[in-house]
Design a protein around this ligand. Structure first.
Ligand SMILES: CC(C)(COP(=O)(O)OP(=O)(O)OC[C@H]1O[C@@H](n2cnc3c(N)ncnc32)[C@H](O)[C@@H]1OP(=O)(O)O)[C@@H](O)C(=O)NCCC(=O)NCCS
Length: 188
């Protein structure tokens, strides 16, 4: 159970080296590698502007205060009430529930602070860990988007589309609250 041990903050310049190290893992087979440390630094410098323009909300994932990955919500340019969540975690920390908790924290901000009505998560069908993160967070599979993404090396990829609406998010939240109160004596 990593709840309480995972937190998010906006990326800082000093995260560049860790991000570069984490993302250049050859086992990140569904991800294109980052070109250079300088490219990573540039990307981090741009995060503030992208937030101010409501283009993308990026966060550094901290586990017990250490940088272990990133999560972001990209806002749909034409439909700014729809966002897409993406994530990565250092391989050394896989399987602890960190990405799932990071998605839970990011979606809360998406629905409660950034005005989203719908959040999507896309992944290649072979990326079972990523799919599990979506499923564990209650996202519903809506279908296969054929050849929807083109990777940096020009390979076309089909991806599963998972999504959650704000209504579903609020229902879950209400359910959690009610379950949290179960068993407590009723007040008169
Ligand atoms: C996808 C990723 C972020 C998951 O991070 P994580 O912190 O390990 O995720 P969680 O621990 O919250 O959940 C992963 C779940 O997938 C499961 N899983 C991992 N590999 C799996 C596989 N090959 N088949 C089925 N399930 C798998 C884990 O057991 C875990 O489920 P559990 O909690 O029921 O045991 C991480 O693997 C990663 O960074 N991958 C590279 C980048 C990437 O692909 N990002 C997603 C792009 S869409």
């Amino acid at each position: 159970m990593v709840k309480g041990l995972v937190s998010l903050r906006f990326p800082m310049a000093k995260d560049a080296e860790r991000f570069y190290e984490i993302l250049n893992n050859p086992n990140f087979i569904y991800f294109s590698p980052v070109e250079s440390l300088e490219a990573e630094r540039r990307w981090i410098r741009g995060t503030k502007k992208r937030r101010q323009q409501n283009i993308e909300w990026n966060f550094t994932i901290l586990y017990k205060g250490e940088v272990v990955g990133g999560v972001g919500i990209e806002i749909n340019y034409h439909r700014p009430y729809t966002g897409e969540i993406g994530y990565f975690v250092d391989e050394k920390y896989w399987g602890l529930g960190i990405a799932s908790e990071a998605v839970r924290l990011a979606e809360k901000m998406g629905f409660e602070k950034y005005g989203l009505e719908r959040i999507e998560i896309l992944m290649q069908p072979e990326n079972k860990a990523s799919e599990k993160v979506a499923v564990k967070n209650g996202y519903l599979k809506e279908g296969l988007l054929r050849n929807a993404i083109i990777l940096k090396d020009k390979r076309k990829r089909s991806v599963w589309l998972y999504a959650k609406s704000k209504e579903e998010y609020l229902d879950e939240k209400k359910g959690r609250k009610q379950r949290g109160n179960a068993g407590r004596p009723e007040r008169n």
